[in-house]
Every structure is written in structure tokens, then in C-alpha cells.
Design a protein around this ligand. Structure first.
Ligand code: HEC
Ligand code: HEC
Ligand code: HEC
Ligand code: HEC
Ligand code: HEC
Length: 446
């Protein structure tokens, strides 16, 4: 049973109503925590969805330890030292702790204090979104209308606890884009997952984010509901080894099977991005590292590392692992007078890296997306794109003739290891995840 006032609201043109509601930075301090219900309330009827959500990064967007470190050790102090960055550090909460942002409670209490900031991207945050303001979805410009009405994908559902309203917007990629696209104060797109998707094959085929991150399965969305196809709240991404596994399919072949010991072996490796709807990596590209490691092993078990053959494109030096140092701009928020930086890559020298470097004003690589002035070469792997890499193996003197097996392995890590080590980020954030592997062989004779 719907109260009469609800019917009235439903007849009012939504666009008109929405225009008066603040979004983005204008929403700071315009609401109260109490305007939003707690996830525990939804749990009583939507148990499965609730349990899925607690395992996803959405529920940890404020409490996750690496987020806490970057926010409290880098962003907040940066905002104190450089006044232009005060708003930027408050803005983190517009996506990571929306309730605190709406309540004007910034910086919010630390996660250990158990405030409602800890709810992160909660049920209520997402199910009170009615649209977005502006041309592109970016920088939390979603419009939040808390209250008895919850927006959902289906029409005409009855709930004893709330009113439901069908929203087409919730089924679109732009909805996710309001938080998954970010432009920094210098006009740099420091996150562009939805824009990457928009430019790729999945947008053209009408396959939004929800298809891959909220797949539908038969079930009940609430304990008392009828069975139907239900959007699973998995939101599995870079933190799920199974989601990352096999994103790129790898094949590799030599230019000949039988090779004389004084000739080099050349290999081609094909890398096909079969799984992501955007580039890989996407999102927090400043932190992410994806690399290809190729080795040769002779019959005696001696192994040799093959560096990638350079292609000669501009900015390529950032896509081949080196011992260079970077990330010196952390000195400002950390209050260091002298700081040489830490290792740029932390992966075997000579490996191919698929990334897009972010540069500070000195042209040094940074993981502080808010302090990024320019972006370097975009050498990530696009949706359904295939890249080919070449390797040349000059047979070393200590190789034993016979069958030599080559292995190509692709690894992904959410945070460059030297940065993780330096900031005491939990080790799992920098742990290499195996994406895929391929092998081939040649026979070497004297
Ligand atoms: C209110 C802002 C907001 C909205 C709307 C939103 N997200 Fe997110 N999402 C986040 C934040 C913040 C994180 C990062 C959590 C963390 O690691 O701190 C995140 C993380 C994720 C992740 C996990 C990525 C990883 O590294 O494991 C996936 C997948 C994801 N979102 C997909 C979606 C999809 C699909 C939609 C649309 C249906 C969506 N998001 C809508 C804010 C949002
Ligand atoms: C007392 C039980 C109950 C509680 C508490 C409850 N819901 Fe519901 N909700 C339902 C029922 C029943 C439906 C209708 C399901 C159906 O018929 O398929 C529903 C439907 C929905 C829908 C619409 C789904 C669609 O397909 O469009 C959304 C969104 C929703 N609930 C969100 C929430 C949120 C967010 C909370 C917590 C603030 C919440 N609900 C609390 C029972 C509840
Ligand atoms: C990041 C945003 C986000 C969060 C967080 C979120 N939802 Fe949803 N929810 C969605 C979207 C988007 C859909 C519709 C997906 C579609 O149909 O493509 C949806 C669908 C639903 C549905 C209808 C399912 C169906 O297919 O009939 C219910 C019920 C629901 N959500 C409840 C909840 C509850 C309860 C929570 C918290 C435990 C929650 N949601 C958290 C975005 C979110
Ligand atoms: C065709 C399926 C597909 C579509 C469509 C898709 N994704 Fe993904 N997404 C994936 C896969 C697979 C991964 C795991 C690999 C990775 O981490 O990039 C992923 C990873 C992610 C990540 C983590 C990225 C990283 O490297 O840290 C985020 C965030 C994300 N998706 C959000 C979105 C959003 C937002 C959309 C819509 C604009 C979307 N995805 C559309 C398949 C998809
Ligand atoms: C426009 C929305 C938005 C803003 C503003 C924003 N973030 Fe995020 N943040 C996200 C999303 C979405 C992800 C997940 C992307 C992915 O998984 O690759 C994310 C990921 C992260 C991660 C990586 C989490 C992980 O588990 O690897 C950290 C750390 C982080 N944000 C910190 C911050 C800080 C600090 C600020 C403020 C300076 C900030 N964010 C501002 C949306 C935002």
C-alpha cells in the first residue's frame, strides 16, 4: 500500500525536483546522517544482498586499510600544507564515505571510532540516487534523495518497509560513472572507467557495468519476495583473484622450432583482453601495475630472464621495468625535507609493464592522483584489444643444448610494491596476482 503523498511525488516531474537538489561539492553538509537508514535495517529482509555487499569493496570504501593510509597520511596532511588541496581531501569522502560528506563531517572520524562514515558506499547511498547533474558523470555528481522511496530496477514492487520506484538510470553505466570517473583540480581525468567503457565495444553492444559486476541469477531479492532474476551485489574487481584471473589470454610462439646455438631465438607473445569492459588496469591506474615476465629453461633446469624488445614509441621507458626511483611528491604531505623517492616499479628489470604513468609538476611519477599534472603514454590493454610483444633470446654460453622451454607469465598488483612497503600498506595489496601463463619450446643444437 502506497501512501497518497507518495503518489503525488511520483507525478511531479522528477527533473524539476532534481534540479533543486545539490550534487557533487554542493552537497557537502546539506544533509544529516539520520536521513539515511543503516544497512542493518535492509539486512532483515534483503539478507543475501546484504551478505554479498559486506564482502565487496563497497562496504569497505572507508574502512579498508590502504584507503585509510592514503587518506589520513597523504591527502589530509597535503590539504593542511597546501590550502588548494583542502577541498580535494574533503572530496575523497564524496565517493568513499558519502554519508559523512553529506553530513559535513569531514575529515570523518578514523575507522576505528566506528562512526557512520564506516558504512561507506551503503545500500542507502546507491538506492537514493535519482540522477546526476551536468554533462558527464564524474566527481560524485549523483543526486541523492533520501527518504521512504528506494530506487530500484523493477517497476511496481511492494515492500512493507518502503516505497519502491523504478529507475532506468540505475541500469546504466553512467550511474556507476558518477563515482568511477574522476577529474582532478588540474582538469586531468585521473579515473575514467566509464569513459573507457563508453569508447569501447561493450557500450556499443549495450552491455553496461552491471552485466559483469552485478550478474543476474534466479532467486529472491527479499525474504518475502517472489522468485525472479536478481542482480547479485558482487562488485568483484581488482580485489578478487578469480575476476583478475584470465582477463588476458596469452599465446606465444618462436620463429623456428630448431635453432642453432649461435642464432638468437625470437618469440612473439599475443595478449588478448577477453574479459574487461574497460581498459586493464582501470580505475586507480596510478597505483596499479600489470606486467609480463618471460623466462627460458633448459633441460638441466637453468633459467634465464628475457627482457622485452623495445618498440620505440614515445614514453616507452615507463612501460619497461627499471630500477629508477619515483613518487618524490609524497615528501610534502609526509613532511620530509629530503626524500629520494622509492622504486618506480618493483618488478624484474626489463619486463613489459602495461600502465599509464601519472606525473607530478616535476614530471616525476606520482600515486597522488590529486597532484597529477600530466598523464604519460597509455599502454594499458583495451577491451577486446590484442597487443603483441617481441622477445629476443641470445643463447647464453651456459645454456645446455636440447629442448628449451619458454614461459610467459602476466602478473597484476594493486599497488606498486615499493610504495606499499614504504607506507606500511598491508602486504596483500602489493602481492602479485597471476593473470595468465603460456609456454612454448624450441630445440637448440650445436
Ligand atoms: C557512491 C559512489 C559509487 C558508486 C555510485 C559506484 N561505486 Fe563502485 N566503488 C566506489 C568506491 C569508492 C570504490 C572503492 C572501494 C575501495 O577499494 O576503497 C568502488 C569499488 C568498486 C569495485 C571494486 C574494485 C576493486 O578494486 O576491487 C567495483 C567492481 C565497482 N566499484 C563497480 C561499480 C559498479 C558496477 C557500479 C554501478 C552499478 C558502481 N561501482 C557504483 C564508489 C562507487
Ligand atoms: C521489511 C522488509 C524490508 C526491509 C526492512 C527493506 N526492504 Fe527493500 N524490499 C522489500 C520487499 C518485499 C521488496 C519487493 C521485492 C519484490 O517484490 O521482488 C523490496 C524491494 C526493494 C527494492 C526494489 C527492487 C527492485 O527490483 O526495484 C530496493 C531498491 C530495496 N528494496 C531497497 C531496500 C533498502 C536500501 C533497504 C534498507 C534501507 C530496504 N530495502 C529495506 C522488503 C524490505
Ligand atoms: C554501488 C551501488 C549499490 C549498492 C552499494 C547496493 N546496491 Fe542494490 N542495486 C544497485 C543497482 C545498480 C541495482 C540494479 C542492477 C540492475 O538491475 O542492473 C540494484 C538492485 C537491487 C535490488 C533489486 C534486485 C533485483 O534485481 O530485483 C535490491 C533489492 C537491492 N539492490 C537492495 C540493496 C541492498 C539491501 C543493499 C545493501 C546491502 C544494496 N542494494 C547495495 C546498486 C547498489
Ligand atoms: C565485459 C565485462 C565488464 C564490463 C562491461 C565492465 N567491467 Fe569492470 N571489470 C571486469 C573485469 C573482468 C575486471 C577485473 C580486471 C581488472 O581489475 O581490471 C574488472 C575490473 C573493474 C574494476 C577494478 C579495476 C582495476 O584495475 O583496479 C573496476 C573499478 C570496475 N571494473 C568498474 C567497472 C565499471 C564502473 C564499469 C562500467 C563503466 C565496468 N567495470 C564494466 C569486467 C567488466
Ligand atoms: C569521484 C569519486 C572518487 C573520489 C573523489 C576519490 N576516490 Fe578513491 N576511489 C574511487 C573508486 C571508484 C575507486 C576504485 C577504483 C579501482 O578499484 O580501481 C577508488 C580507489 C581508491 C583507492 C584504492 C583502493 C584499493 O583498494 O586499491 C584509494 C587508496 C583511494 N581511492 C583513496 C582516495 C583518496 C585519498 C581520495 C581523495 C584524495 C579519493 N580516493 C578520491 C572513487 C573516488
Amino acid at each position: 500500500m502506497k501512501p497518497r503523498w507518495a503518489a503525488l511525488i511520483m507525478m511531479t516531474p522528477i527533473a524539476l525536483l532534481a534540479q533543486k537538489l545539490p550534487s557533487g561539492e554542493a552537497a557537502l553538509g546539506t544533509k544529516a546522517y539520520e536521513d539515511y537508514e543503516k544497512p542493518a535495517v535492509c539486512q532483515s529482509c534483503h539478507l543475501d544482498i546484504y551478505m554479498q555487499w559486506t564482502q565487496s569493496m563497497m562496504s569497505q570504501s572507508y574502512t579498508h586499510h590502504w584507503d585509510e593510509i592514503e587518506y589520513f597520511d597523504l591527502a589530509v596532511p597535503h590539504g593542511e600544507k597546501v590550502p588548494e588541496y583542502k577541498a580535494v581531501s574533503d572530496d575523497c569522502n564524496g565517493c568513499h564515505a558519502p554519508l559523512a560528506y553529506f553530513a559535513g563531517d569531514v575529515p570523518p572520524p578514523r575507522p576505528e571510532e566506528g562512526s557512520r562514515a564506516n558504512e561507506g558506499v551503503s545500500c542507502e547511498v546507491c538506492h537514493t540516487i535519482t540522477g546526476f547533474e551536468g554533462d558527464d558523470p564524474v566527481n560524485f555528481n549523483y543526486i541523492s534523495e533520501p527518504g521512504r522511496t528506494k530506487t530500484g530496477p523493477k517497476p511496481g514492487l511492494e515492500s512493507p518497509h518502503h516505497i519502491t520506484r523504478e529507475s532506468d538510470f540505475m541500469k546504466q553505466a553512467a550511474y556507476c560513472g558518477t563515482c568511477h570517473n574522476e577529474m582532478n583540480p588540474y582538469g586531468i581525468w585521473v579515473k575514467s572507467t566509464q569513459l573507457e567503457w563508453q569508447a569501447g565495444p561493450y557500450a556499443e553492444e549495450g552491455v553496461p557495468c552491471q552485466t559483469c559486476h552485478m550478474p543476474k541469477a534466479k532467486g529472491r531479492s527479499a525474504k518475502m519476495a517472489e522468485e525472479g532474476m536478481i542482480a547479485q551485489h558482487l562488485f568483484h574487481g581488482a580485489h578478487d583473484p578469480g575476476k583478475v584471473a584470465s582477463v588476458v589470454e596469452i599465446r606465444m610462439h618462436p620463429d623456428a622450432r630448431e635453432v642453432e646455438i649461435d642464432e638468437p631465438v625470437t618469440l612473439q607473445v599475443q595478449l588478448f583482453n577477453a574479459k574487461t569492459g574497460h581498459k586493464f588496469p582501470s580505475g586507480s591506474v596510478e597505483d596499479r601495475i600489470l606486467w609480463l615476465h618471460v623466462t627460458a629453461e633448459d633441460e638441466a633446469g637453468n633459467t634465464f630472464h628475457l627482457p622485452v624488445d623495445p618498440k620505440g614509441f614515445e614514453g616507452e621507458e615507463y612501460t619497461i621495468a627499471s630500477d629508477d626511483l619515483a613518487y618524490t611528491d609524497m615528501a610534502v604531505p609526509l613532511g620530509l625535507k629530503t626524500f629520494d623517492g622509492v622504486g618506480r616499479d618493483g618488478v624484474p628489470v626489463g619486463d613489459r609493464i602495461f600502465r599509464m604513468p601519472y606525473f607530478d609538476e616535476e614530471g616525476v611519477m606520482t600515486i597522488q592522483q590529486w597532484n597529477t599534472r600530466t598523464l604519460g603514454v597509455d599502454y594499458r590493454i583495451g577491451p577486446r584489444e590484442t597487443k603483441i610483444e617481441h622477445f629476443t633470446f641470445d643463447i647464453p654460453d651456459d645454456l645446455v643444448p636440447g629442448i628449451v622451454t619458454f614461459t610467459a607469465e602476466m602478473y597484476y598488483s594493486r599497488l606498486v610494491k615499493p610504495v606499499a612497503d614504504y607506507l606500511n600498506v598491508p602486504v596483500e595489496e602489493a602481492e602479485p596476482m597471476l593473470v595468465n601463463r603460456a609456454t612454448t619450446w624450441v630445440e637448440i643444437y650445436d
